[in-house]
Design a protein around this ligand. Structure first.
Ligand code: TYD
Length: 220
């Protein structure tokens, strides 16, 4: 028997309209993306420190998150011997993202904090997309995630990264995976979804560049 329409009982159940990505009105949400060893963690941390010293309230956070699901991913997915199926990876990262948004990102944005996340949905597009998954489907399972105000991609040539990846910290750091993820990131840059920053310069030069870009939006 088909489920009874709730409105028949005089009750109308309205689902909130789902937008492609939910907007947020408070705070400022920045994500820093890049391949492994591109320097994004250093840059995200520096950005947090510099914004705070300029009087903004900025906070660094990361994905996989520090929550239980994020910790599960680090231990059982990234440090595992073999890659789990890409669909399972994408779903786990999406669940962690939901938890991350609920626990940390949204509450901080509501308090007008400048939230800087080290990796976000674009990492799922790059790494799980590189594993062959449909990018639209990855977006679909991440629909709940608040849309960033700025999404920055630290662009470092693959050859430079190869010399930095000496021992494989995680299963994602194999060059074949990095190469494929790089091509997805490049596509996202071309489509205007990520803002590229030349990462093949000194830490200080890259940091200044990112800070200038962010300040031009924050002081707008
Ligand atoms: P990374 O930033 O390298 O963390 P850490 O240096 O602390 O280990 O991220 C861990 C890996 O997780 C990285 O290789 C990319 C991968 N990843 C995905 O494959 N999909 C995702 O959605 C996210 C957030 C990360």
């Amino acid at each position: 028997m088909p489920p009874k329409d709730i409105s028949e009982d005089g009750l109308t159940l309205k689902w909130p309209g789902l937008r492609w990505w939910p907007m947020h009105n408070e705070g400022f949400f920045i994500c820093i993306e890049g391949l492994d060893k591109s320097g994004k963690t250093t840059q995200a941390r520096l950005l947090e420190r510099r914004l705070n010293s300029l009087g903004f309230k900025a906070s660094y956070t990361t994905e996989p998150s520090q929550g239980e699901i994020g910790r599960f991913i680090r231990t059982h997915v990234l440090r595992g011997r073999k890659r789990i199926p890409a669909v399972a990876e994408a779903l786990l990262f999406a669940i962690d993202r939901f938890d991350h948004a609920e626990r940390e990102i949204n509450p901080m944005l509501r308090q007008n904090v400048v939230v800087i996340t080290d990796r976000y949905v674009y990492s799922s597009l790059a790494y799980q997309g590189a594993a062959g998954l449909d990018l639209q489907w990855i977006m679909e399972i991440n629909k709940f995630a608040p849309i960033p105000d700025m999404a920055i991609y630290i662009d470092v040539p693959l050859g430079v990264l190869a010399s930095r990846i000496k021992d494989y910290g995680s299963i994602m750091e194999r060059m074949k995976i990095q190469r494929k993820a790089h091509s997805v990131y490049t596509r996202l840059v071309r489509e205007g979804k990520l803002m590229p920053v030349d990462g093949n310069r000194s830490i200080e030069d890259v940091s200044r560049n990112i800070l200038d870009l962010v300040l031009s939006r924050l002081r707008h």
